[in-house]
Design a protein around this ligand. Structure first.
Ligand SMILES: C[S@@+](CC[C@H](N)C(=O)[O-])C[C@H]1O[C@@H](n2cnc3c(N)ncnc32)[C@H](O)[C@@H]1O
Length: 425
């Protein structure tokens, strides 16, 4: 398995032709684009045969822009163009699209915008809090009116946040937090509240005046209090006042900018029967068998991202227990352990995928490209009973600042993205 080999023979040509006609460039079907050069192909060998792998700029900057509604930060999220590539080619309006590792909800939001039905799961409940409100976006005027009702102060309960926020900003944050927690406890939390909570969660920390905090990392990588004190000392900074209500309104307008009437309609339709689960991707009994037309997903890759550590402040704001959540998040540290977890995920995906449905499973390169997880994933999907079509690798040169799919090119991140494509027979 995993041996790279040039494809130059006639039989290799036949394999390529079988590789989902119409899905890749050069297939001759409308919209498929020009034929890829020879050197864009190689093969992945498995016990069950060789599978084609195509490395090309498949969905990138040339594509139409994604909706602003996607623009919230989450560790290791991908760009909406990735799921769109598969949703547009492999599903019809009304089909159900699923993501078992939903994160900020990129897959399901893009699917909903395109008129598909959606299902999302993530073991981190923060994921649902970030994704669900964007299926039911409010009018900005309604957000402004609701904010007027929310007190600009709240209960103090021990946690010292003075290294991040000006005292008046912190009071407002506590006011927002208490409002949402109290209304949730009373059963009166509505879609305006959950929208405000989603936006506020994303404005908590960052490095511009658009965020509530003094200069720090973005909200998906919250620093510890100690680290923040160091940054403040190094930069000789202290938090200045930020008007949280004004910033929430500004971000609301940004998220909604450019949303077309058809997209508003599609979102409303999708939200009516959207499924949101907050459990382990290996066990999703409430998702009906054979109910999913397409899964597009990106699992946690070995131990590269500390989701719980990154999200402690967001979890506090949302009233979630980051440590307990961290325990549920899969962070296998060896390829063997990772494979065992993913084998169970594939078995579950096989159950929920309808015959003729697809799974696009995205993995990054880890260990600086020495480990190609697509070659590990291929046999796992085959073992679960799927038919494999091959691997698509989106290639685009990028730098630390201009990175593809929202994945930073840094030591802890991943820096290339590979999608293994399966079909349920
Ligand atoms: C690479 S991220 C997915 C990002 C997503 N594609 C996006 O665009 O936001 C992986 C996600 O898997 C979740 N996760 C980790 N272990 C899990 C498990 N066993 N079951 C379900 N979700 C899990 C993490 O909480 C994280 O949100």
């Amino acid at each position: 398995m995993g041996r790279r080999k040039r494809m130059a023979t006639l039989s290799a040509e036949a394999v390529r032709r079988k590789f989902l006609a119409g899905f890749i460039p050069g297939s001759g079907l409308p919209g498929a684009g020009p034929r890829p050069p020879e050197e864009a192909w190689d093969t992945v060998e498995t016990d069950q045969g060789a599978y084609p792998r195509l490395a090309l700029e498949l969905w990138t900057s040339r594509q139409r822009q994604a909706a602003n509604l996607h623009e919230i930060s989450y560790r290791a999220c991908y760009k909406p163009q990735l799921p769109r590539h598969f949703i547009e080619r492999l599903t019809q309006p009304g089909d159900r699209v699923y993501d078992p590792f939903s994160g900020r909800g990129t897959t399901i939001l893009e699917a909903a915008l395109l008129g598909r039905r959606v299902a999302a799961n993530d073991v981190n409940p923060l994921s649902r809090m970030l994704a669900e409100p964007r299926l039911q976006p409010p009018e900005p005027a309604a957000v402004a009116a609701r904010l007027q009702e929310i007190p600009r102060a709240g209960r103090r309960e021990g946690l010292d946040l003075t290294m991040f926020f000006h005292p008046d900003t912190e009071a407002e944050i506590r006011g927002l937090r208490d409002w949402c927690l109290d209304r949730a406890a009373a059963g009166t939390l509505d879609t305006l509240d959950t929208w405000i909570r989603m936006v506020a969660t994303n404005r908590l920390t960052g490095h511009s005046p658009g965020f509530f905090s003094v200069y720090t990392l973005p909200p998906n990588q919250a620093l510890t209090a100690e680290k923040q004190l160091q940054i403040n000392a190094q930069r000789q900074q202290s938090p200045t006042y930020r008007d949280t209500h004004t910033l929430i309104q500004k971000k609301t307008k940004q998220l909604l900018a450019g949303l077309e009437p058809a997209q508003w309609r599609h979102l409303a339709e999708a939200s009516r029967d959207a499924v949101f689960l907050s459990g382990d991707a290996r066990r999703t009994p409430s998702l009906a068998a054979a109910s999913v037309a397409l899964t597009v997903t990106s699992p946690p890759f070995l131990d590269v991202v500390d989701y719980a550590g990154d999200n402690w402040l967001r979890c506090w704001f949302a009233g979630l227990d980051a440590t307990a959540i961290g325990r549920g998040i899969s962070t296998p540290r060896t390829v063997e352990a990772w494979s065992e977890t993913m084998a169970e995920v594939f078995a579950e995906l096989h159950r929920v995928t309808r015959p003729g449905g697809f799974v696009a499973f995205e993995v990054g390169e880890v260990r600086r490209g020495q480990l190609r997880l697509d070659e590990v994933v291929l046999p796992l999907g085959l073992a679960a009973g799927f038919r494999a079509h091959g691997v698509l690798v989106n290639t685009q040169t990028f730098t630390k600042t201009a990175h593809i799919w929202g994945v930073g090119n840094n030591d802890k991140g991943t820096n290339s993205n590979r999608v293994v494509l399966f079909e349920r027979s």
